[in-house]
Write a protein that binds this ligand. Structure first.
Ligand code: PMP
Length: 282
C-alpha cells in the first residue's frame, strides 16, 4: 500500500480513515505520541521510542490496551505492508471516546491507539539548517510527548515563513530545544546540551549524540546554555529521529558555527553509520 492507517483495530489508507468525533484527541488533544523512521522496512530505534511512548502515557495516566512487545509487533507488521522501504512511523494513544467533559471518562473506557505510516526519509546530513529564535511560551511539561503542539506548530510556521528549517526556543536567555528537535552546541571541544528536565523532550537522538561523544572522549556538559553561547558556539547540532545530526549555519540571519568541522564530521559519521547499521536487512 501507498501508506497505512490504523485506528483501534481498523486499517486503511490514511486519507480514508474515519475517527469518532468523541475521541478525546479531538476536544483536548488528550493523548501522547511517538515517531521515528524506517529504512528497508526496518524501524529505527523502535525499542527506545516505544519505551518513551509508554512512559509519556504513564505520566498522564493513560493505560495502553497492549504491551510494549504487542505494539512493536503491530508496527513491524504494518511496516511490511507499505510499499516504500523508507517510511515515517507515527503512533499515538488517546484517553478513549466519551462525550466532552474535562475530567477523565470512566476508568473502564479503553484508550484509543492510532498509527500512521507514510513514505519518508531521514534528512541529508550534508545540508545545514537555518534557524530563527522564538520565545518558548510552551507549558512546563515539555518532557511529556503530548499531542498539544500549538506553540510548536506556530513556531515551525514562523520558521517556514522566514525561509528557515527550524525554530529554536528560549526561555529568556536560556536555550531549551527546537519546535520538533533538540539542539546542542560544541564549544572548546565540549558538547553542551540542555539538561533533561521538564523544559525539553528527552530526545532519543540527543541520547545517541551523547553516547557518540562518550565513545570518542568528547566531554559532555548537560547544563543550561544561553542564546549568546548558542550564537558564539563552534558548531550547533540539531538532533531528531528525522534530522539525525544536522549542523546549523545561520540563526536569525547571522552566520554561526563552522568552527569545529572535525568534531562535527565525526559525530555525523557516527550517527549515519548507526542508522545504516541498525536498518540493514540481516
Ligand atoms: N524535541 C521535540 C519538541 C520534538 O518534537 C522532537 C521530535 N520528536 C525532539 C525533541 C527530538 O526527539 P527524537 O530525537 O526522539 O526524535
Amino acid at each position: 500500500m501507498e501508506n497505512l492507517g490504523y485506528y483501534c483495530g481498523s486499517y486503511g489508507l490514511i486519507e480514508e480513515m474515519k475517527i469518532p468525533m468523541n475521541d478525546r484527541a479531538c476536544y483536548f488533544g488528550d493523548g501522547v505520541y511517538d515517531a521515528t523512521y524506517a529504512a528497508n522496512h526496518i524501524i529505527y530505534d523502535l525499542d527506545e521510542h516505544v519505551d518513551r511512548f509508554f512512559h509519556s502515557a504513564e505520566m498522564i495516566n493513560i493505560t495502553l490496551k497492549l504491551t510494549k512487545s504487542e505494539l512493536k509487533n503491530l508496527l513491524n507488521e504494518m511496516v511490511i505492508k507499505v510499499d516504500s522501504p523508507d517510511q515515517f512511523i507515527y503512533w499515538q494513544v488517546t484517553r478513549g471516546t466519551a462525550l466532552r467533559n474535562h475530567s477523565f471518562p470512566d476508568s473502564d473506557i479503553p484508550s484509543n491507539l492510532w498509527i500512521m505510516i507514510k513514505p519518508g526519509t531521514i534528512k541529508d546530513l550534508n545540508q545545514k539548517f537555518k534557524l530563527i529564535t522564538v520565545e518558548d511560551t510552551r507549558y512546563l511539561h515539555c518532557n511529556i510527548k503530548t499531542l498539544n503542539l500549538l506553540p510548536n506548530v506556530i513556531a515551525s510556521q514562523k520558521a517556514f515563513e522566514a525561509g528557515c528549517d527550524e525554530a529554536v526556543f528560549h526561555r529568556g536567555e536560556r536555550v531549551t530545544e527546537c519546535s520538533h528537535s533538540n539542539i546542542s552546541i560544541i564549544k572548546n571541544n565540549v558538547l553542551r546540551t540542555a539538561p533533561l528536565d521538564n523544559l525539553i523532550l528527552p530526545g532519543i537522538t540527543r541520547g545517541h549524540l551523547i553516547h557518540f561523544c562518550h565513545d570518542n572522549n568528547i566531554p559532555v556538559d548537560e547544563s543550561p546554555y544561553t542564546l549568546d553561547e548558542l550564537i558564539h558556539a563552534d558548531e550547533i547540532i540539531i538532533t531528531s529521529a528525522g534530522a539525525l545530526c544536522i549542523a546549523v549555519s545561520e540563526i536569525d540571519g547571522i552566520p554561526v558555527g563552522g568552527k569545529a568541522p572535525d568534531i562535527l564530521n565525526l559525530l555525523q559519521h557516527a550517527a549515519i553509520t548507526k542508522f545504516i547499521h541498525d536498518t540493514q536487512i540481516k
